[in-house]
Design a protein around this ligand. Structure first.
Ligand SMILES: Cc1ncc(C[n+]2csc(CCOP(=O)(O)OP(=O)(O)O)c2C)c(N)n1
Ligand SMILES: [Mg+2]
Length: 638
């Protein structure tokens, strides 16, 4: 396969004759990342579902590659991307997966997963098939034709959700594209979904590739140091602040900055609140940890946020949940200092930017402040310590169970998990009423335990993501927590877990519909339309009896072991059994609905969901009055 070839200079060069698909797979198998002296395979495996658009090209190349490129068999393209994203997040973004699909629907099924990856800055390499570059017989099966533009394919849907996109219409174009793709995946500021669309004919076309293309290549995941001037400004801002508050985002985890942050907080006693992506940055029992912040935050963190004079955002995008839709940071003189690897996020809220790797920046800031022994006022420290104690009591109350025979509430389900888990366990969730409850209540015991995807909050992320997390963390108990609505959206990868023998644990919380959106719907005057899984009545609405859907039987039919829990005590036992199980195991529980029992503490801050300005029905008219009261306190930080 290797033929000697003389390059233009005096050094001898060789080429390898391979198809474009074979070349891509051989190239991917030899890419590495490196950070802090440790090397990782950049593309650890390839997920794939085959159709005519990739079976003969990429499919054949994977067969030829053998163990050099492990192959994983998915059931839905979207789910494969979620699995890859779970793997990447659990791998600290130092290792990722590729996902190959056919053309047409297989390719467009990637879009949601790609958007999720890009929103969350998590690397995944997408390799959809594409229609013929040579166009011998347009339209081929599943080809879209746009009368005014001959070079459009459905894969163009992936452009806005990709951090890098290329369509490889000639074999040799793969060389620069593949290098840019790896650069993007390994770049901590730029990473997300990367798409290399491969036309069917080009995949199978041979070319004489320079052997150097296949040499092992190491991509340094840089720890960018702060600019001295920005650091100086930052130090002065922290020293001048009387009520500083750190908002820790996902960037803390991505940079493995948890220990640095813990040391910084222990030295300065600046309280640390966390976003959904940042939760677990400090252990829950670190004295400076004040829990989640924003709409789903703790009373402690939100009160601190309201009165903070300096908000130190670390690796956060400041979503509307974090800022309570621009109402939370209420001190008229509040300033922001943002440590972020991207200039884009560092400048949000008119902040003083500190563009740098989170860990490097925290250490630099700590060192500069430490020289003067900087520490917040003890009165401030005891204020938040007391408040934290009060919140802990509210968590205990939400978790506590009195009647072992009763149906558990959702908060009690979390309480039973809280009793059971150790630092090893990983909890995955993304949508429904669970993210809010978890953000308020969960006591994170280790940095990666809290795996809530709330950048895209995509129902159906949980089960496939659990597979990816388990692949990255063999031996650790991995829990996918899903509502009934979420389960119905994407249970397919249960089959893959069974096939691969991945002992993921699935907890299905059955409450017969969308409790979260039902509550929201009621509060905005939409009267719970379409949020309960109930029969349509003679009047035409959906207020009949709950539907006779048996999700436990459904999970069992896909090959899972299923434990049904009807009471608190049964649930306690089922969770313990699932935790020890060595095969994929589902715990199915019907939860008590919020109408009949007290749930977790209510939202401590607002969230902007615009309400109808004109309406005839009283519920919407009332909701709008409340909305007008809330928007009056929205502000711009300029
Ligand atoms: C793919 C997707 N579609 C729609 C939504 C909007 N949404 C957010 S939560 C939710 C309902 C979730 O229902 P369930 O999983 O049963 O959880 P519950 O609200 O009952 O806790 C919906 C439809 C979403 N987040 N993701
Ligand atoms: Mg539900």
């Amino acid at each position: 396969m290797t033929t000697p070839r003389r390059a233009s200079g005096t050094t001898a060069s060789t080429t390898r004759r391979l198809t474009t698909a074979q070349a891509l797979i051989a190239f991917l198998a030899r890419q590495y990342t490196e950070r802090d002296g440790r090397r990782h395979r950049l593309i650890g495996a390839t997920w794939g579902i085959f159709g005519h658009g990739n079976v003969a090209g990429v499919g054949q190349a994977l067969v030829e590659a053998g163990p050099a490129m492990p192959y994983l068999q998915g059931r839905s393209e979207q789910a494969m991307v979620h699995a890859a994203v779970g793997y990447a997040r659990q791998s600290g973004r130092l290792s990722a997966h590729a996902v190959t699909t056919s053309i047409g629907p297989g390719a467009t099924n990637l879009v949601t997963g790609a958007a999720l990856a890009t929103v969350n800055h998590l690397p995944v390499l997408l390799v959809p098939g594409d229609t013929f570059a040579t166009r011998p017989a347009d339209p081929v099966l599943q080809q879209i034709e746009v009368p005014h533009s001959g070079d459009v394919s459905v894969n163009d849907c992936l452009r806005p959700v990709s951090r890098y996109f290329d369509r490889i219409t000639r074999p040799e174009a793969l060389i620069p594209a593949a290098l840019q793709a790896m650069r993007t995946l390994a770049d901590p500021a730029d990473t997300g979904a990367v798409t290399l669309a491969l036309p069917q004919d080009v995949q199978a076309e041979a070319y004489d590739w320079p052997a150097e293309f296949f040499a092992p290549r190491v991509w340094n995941v840089r720890r960018q140091a702060p600019d001295p001037h920005e650091l100086d400004q930052a130090v002065r801002a922290v020293r001048a602040a009387r009520r500083p508050l750190i908002v820790a985002g996902g960037g803390v985890h991505h940079s493995a900055a948890e220990e640095a942050l813990a040391a910084f907080a222990a030295a300065t006693r600046i309280p640390v609140a966390s976003t959904q992506a940042g939760k677990g940055s400090l252990r829950h029992d670190h004295p400076a940890d004040v829990g989640g912040v924003g709409h789903t935050g703790t009373a402690t963190a939100d009160a601190l946020a309201r009165d903070a004079d300096l908000v130190i955002g670390i690796g956060t995008r400041y979503t509307d949940f974090t800022t309570a839709s621009a109402t939370l940071f209420a001190d008229p003189a509040v300033r922001f200092l943002n440590l972020n690897i991207t200039g884009f996020d560092a400048h949000k809220l008119s902040a003083l930017p500190l563009v740098a790797d989170a860990r490097t920046a925290i250490e630099a800031l700590g060192e500069a402040l430490g020289a003067h022994g900087h520490r917040v006022d003890p009165a401030y420290e005891s204020e938040y310590t007391d408040a934290k104690g009060h919140w802990e009591q509210r968590v205990d109350a939400a978790f506590s169970t009195t009647d072992p025979e009763a149906r558990p509430t959702q908060a009690q389900v979390l309480g039973l998990l809280d009793e059971l888990v150790t630092e090893d366990d990983i909890l995955i969730n993304a949508a429904g009423s669970l993210p809010g409850d978890l953000h308020k209540l969960w006591r994170a015991r280790s940095p990666q335990q809290y795996h809530v995807e709330y950048g895209y909050s995509c129902m159906g992320y949980e089960i496939p993501a659990a597979l990816g997390v388990q692949l990255a963390a063999p031996g650790r108990p991995v829990w996918a927590l899903v509502g009934d609505g979420t389960y119905l959206m994407n249970p397919t990868e249960i089959v893959t877990a069974v096939q691969e023998g991945l002992p993921v644990k699935l907890v299905i919380l059955q409450n017969h519909g969308y409790a979260s959106i039902g509550g929201l719907s009621e509060s905005v005057g939409a009267e719970r339309l379409g949020t309960a899984y109930r029969y349509r009545t003679a009047e035409g609405d959906f207020t009949g009896a709950p539907l006779p859907v048996d999700l436990a039987a459904n999970a069992a039919s896909l090959g899972m072991r299923v434990l049904r829990a009807a009471s608190v005590e049964e649930l306690r036992r089922a969770l313990a059994e699932a935790r020890g199980a060595d095969c994929p195991t589902c715990v199915y529980v019907e939860t008590e609905t919020a109408d009949t029992v007290s749930g977790p503490p209510p939202a401590q801050a607002w969230w902007d969901v615009p309400v109808a300005e004109t309406a005839t029905r009283p519920s919407a008219v009332e909701a709008r009055k409340e909305y007008d009261r809330q928007i009056a306190v929205r502000r711009r930080h300029l």
